[in-house]
Design a protein around this ligand. Sequence first.
Ligand code: FES
Length: 124
Amino acid sequence: MPENLNFLCRVDEVEEGKPYSFPLGRIKVVLVRKRDSYYALNDSCPHRLAPLSAGGVAGTALPSDVGVICYGRDGEILRCPWHGWEFDLLNGRSLHDPQRERVRAYPVKVEDGSIYVDLSGRVG
Ligand code: FES
């Protein structure tokens, strides 16, 4: 295994849609599973530093016509537990201001049933 990968846990230890926090030195990572995909973000909200791992995983309202509410992307949005900012698990960008407000998203690798995160990498 390359040196830049940090072991998090085994795949059978991760329930879908539930955030898990892993301290890795001075960094904490939040891991979320959606089906067979795994996403890792820095476990600290850029607003007031709440632990995102204490938040919920959900979907969000999609762009739609006036008067129409269209829900989608279930399991791909992580909501901060303190003030409700929402982050895209695929790239760490906030939904309300994706160019300015974001958390770092790390590459995740699964090998032989083990989940690893690359803290030197960046997604998005
Ligand atoms: S600390 Fe996350 S939205 Fe305020």
